[in-house]
Unconditional design. Structure first.
Length: 529
C-alpha cells in the first residue's frame, strides 16, 4: 500500500500527464435590425413620417417602381380556427343558414357545434348541411372573441373550420393595430394600412374555404378587440388603395427594423422582385433594435446551439455577406473539420434578430499545452472583428495581469512566443467587450535520473530547485510502474537514494512545488553486469 505522500505524488503526476485545457474560443455577435429586411421597415416609415413624408412617398421609397391603385377585391375570408368543436355566439339574436338553404333565427347566446354541425333550435336538435353561415344581428358574432362580419363553419366530418367573412377594410381594422403602435404618426399608420392591404391581397389563396390565416402565415388579425380608433382612421383614409407593380398587386413585405438599409428579396429568398431591392433607410435609427448585441458564446456553446450543422467545438467563424451586407453564409472551423451554415439558419438557431450580424473572434491555444520546467512555448490564436485586443496572464494564486498585445496578421491570426516558462499559468485574450476563454499551459517539474555508476544507488536532480521535494524511484513491471524507493531533494535540488539495482527500466517522479506539476524523468535502462 502506498503511503499518503507517495500517493499524492503519483496522483499529481497523473494529472500533469492528462491533456491540458489548451484552447478556447469566444465569439462576440453584434448586429443590426429586426426581421427579414425585405420591403418596408416599419420603424423607418415612422422616421420618415416624423420628418414630414406623406404615406404615398414612404411607400414609393420602400417599393421603388410601384404606384398606388384600386384594390381588386372588397371582401376576404379569414380562417380563425380548425378544431373538433366550435362555439359561436352573440349578445343579440342572429341568423343561421346552411348549404341546403335552411334558415333559422337564433336567440342571443352561445352555441357549440361539433363536426356533425348539430345545433339546438327552439329545443329541437337540427343537423346543418356544411357550410353553415351565421349572420350578426344588432351585436357582433363571437368565436372566442368578437368579429365583424359573418362566420361560416365548414365540416369535413372530423373537424370544424371557423372562417370569418368580412369586408377588406373591416379586416384591416383588426390587423394594422397589431402591426405598429397606434400612437405613431398618422402618415406612418397610413403607409402600414396600404402595405397590409396589399400584402393581404397579394397572398390570397383564391380558392377553397378561406383566403387568409389569422396569424403570421398571413397577418396577425385580432378582430374587434384589436381595433384602435387611430389605426382605423388610417385604414379609412386609404380605403381601397393598394401598391401596384405593372398593374398587379405587389408583394409588400414589411418588417420591424432594417438597421440602415433594406435587403433584396433575391438574397433572402432566392426570388427576385424588381421592387424589392435594397434601399437606404436613414431614419431607422429611431428603432431600439437599430443595433443590438453583443452576445457572447464560447466555441462549445456555439457548437451546441447549431447542433449537427457545426463541428463539435468551433474555433473560428468567417462570414460571407450578400449585396445588402447581411450574412449569406458562415464557415465554422473546428479542430478537425469545417462546415458551412446559411445566415438564415444561424439567425434561427442562435435566436438573432436579423441576418445582418458580424462575428468577432477570440481564440487562444498553446502550441504545447503541457511542457517541462524551462522549456519554451508559444501561444497561437485568432483575434478578429474586435477592438482593444490584449493578452493577460494569471499565475497560481495570482490575479489577471497584462501580458502584452498580440501582433495580429491581416487574416486575424497571430503567434506569441512566451520564452521559458517556470510555472503553470492561465492565459486569455481580452477585448473591449469581454475576455476570451482561458488557455492553460501546464509546467511539470524537470526531473533527471542519472545513469548509475554502481549497483547500489541512483542519483539525479529536480528543477526548480527546492529542498525537501519528494522523489519516488519507480521500476517498470508487467502491470505498470512500481515504486521501489523514496527520497527527497537537498538544498541544491539534488537527490540520491540507496537501493539494490536489478536489471530493468527505471524512472524518477518528483514535483508538488508551488505552480509546478509533478514530473517524471526520461527512463533509464539498467542491464545485467
Amino acid at each position: 500500500m502506498q503511503r499518503p505522500l507517495l500517493a499524492a505524488l503519483v496522483l499529481a503526476l497523473a494529472l500533469a500527464l492528462a491533456p491540458g485545457a489548451g484552447a478556447g474560443s469566444l465569439f462576440v455577435v453584434t448586429g443590426k435590425g429586426w426581421g427579414h429586411g425585405v420591403g418596408m421597415s416599419q420603424y423607418g416609415a415612422y422616421g420618415f413620417a416624423q420628418n414630414g413624408w406623406a404615406y404615398d412617398g414612404i411607400l414609393a421609397h420602400y417599393y421603388p417602381g410601384t404606384a398606388l391603385g384600386p384594390a381588386p377585391v372588397a371582401e376576404v375570408r379569414v380562417l380563425l380556427a380548425a378544431r373538433k368543436k366550435a362555439r359561436i355566439g352573440s349578445d343579440a339574436p342572429f341568423r343561421l343558414t346552411d348549404a341546403g338553404g335552411a334558415a333559422y333565427e337564433l336567440p342571443a347566446g352561445v352555441y357549440e357545434l361539433g363536426p356533425e354541425l348539430q345545433v339546438d333550435v327552439g329545443g329541437q336538435l337540427v343537423t346543418l348541411a356544411s357550410p353553415a353561415r351565421f349572420e350578426p344581428g344588432d351585436a357582433p358574432l363571437a368565436a372566442g372573441r368578437p368579429y365583424r362580419g359573418a362566420i361560416v363553419l365548414w365540416s369535413d366530418g372530423a373537424r370544424v373550420k371557423v372562417v370569418n367573412h368580412l369586408g377588406l377594410e373591416q379586416y384591416l381594422y383588426g390587423v394594422v393595430s397589431r402591426e405598429v403602435p397606434a400612437d405613431w404618426p398618422p402618415e406612418a399608420l397610413k403607409a402600414q394600412a396600404v402595405a397590409a392591404r396589399s400584402y393581404a391581397l397579394a397572398g390570397l389563396a383564391g380558392a377553397g374555404e378561406f383566403d387568409l390565416y389569422d396569424d403570421v402565415r398571413s397577418q396577425v388579425y385580432g378582430g374587434i378587440q384589436a381595433e384602435d380608433p387611430r389605426t382605423t382612421a388610417a385604414v379609412d383614409a386609404t380605403a381601397g388603395q393598394v401598391v401596384l407593380f405593372e398593374g398587379q398587386v405587389a408583394q409588400t413585405f414589411f418588417f420591424s427594423t432594417s438597421g440602415g438599409r433594406t435587403a433584396a428579396a433575391a438574397d433572402v429568398w432566392g426570388e427576385p422582385f424588381p421592387y424589392l431591392v435594397p434601399v437606404d433607410d436613414p431614419y431607422d435609427t429611431l428603432s431600439p433594435y437599430h443595433q443590438w448585441g453583443p452576445f457572447l458564446l464560447t466555441g462549445r456553446q456555439l457548437a451546441k446551439a447549431l447542433g449537427p450543422l457545426a463541428p463539435k467545438s468551433v474555433r473560428d467563424v468567417a462570414v460571407a455577406v450578400d449585396s445588402s451586407g447581411r450574412v449569406a453564409s458562415a464557415t465554422l472551423v473546428g479542430n478537425a473539420a469545417s462546415t458551412q451554415v446559411s445566415g438564415i439558419d444561424m439567425r434561427r438557431l442562435l435566436g438573432l434578430r436579423s441576418t445582418w450580424f458580424g462575428v468577432g473572434v477570440l481564440t487562444l491555444e498553446a502550441t504545447a499545452p503541457a511542457i517541462v520546467f524551462g522549456d519554451k512555448v508559444a501561444l497561437a490564436g485568432i483575434a478578429r472583428g474586435l477592438d482593444g485586443v490584449g493578452l493577460e496572464r494569471k499565475l497560481p494564486g495570482g490575479v489577471w495581469e497584462p501580458a502584452g498585445a498580440p501582433k495580429v496578421k491581416e487574416d486575424g491570426t497571430f503567434l506569441v512566443p512566451l520564452g521559458k516558462l517556470r510555472a503553470t499559468a492561465l492565459y486569455r485574450l481580452v477585448s473591449a467587450v469581454g475576455a476570451g476563454v482561458p488557455a492553460r499551459i501546464r509546467v511539470a517539474a524537470r526531473v533527471v535520473l542519472d545513469a548509475p555508476k554502481g549497483k547500489k544507488s541512483l542519483r539525479g536532480r529536480v528543477r526548480p530547485k527546492a529542498e525537501g521535494t519528494p522523489v519516488a524511484i519507480q521500476r517498470l513491471e508487467e502491470d505498470g510502474w512500481e515504486t521501489v524507493a523514496e527520497t527527497a531533494t537537498d538544498a541544491k535540488g539534488e537527490f540520491k537514494v540507496k537501493l539494490a539495482l536489478e536489471p530493468g527500466t527505471y524512472q524518477a517522479v518528483a514535483g508538488l512545488a508551488v505552480g509546478v506539476d509533478a514530473g517524471a524523468s526520461p527512463p533509464v535502462e539498467i542491464v545485467a553486469r
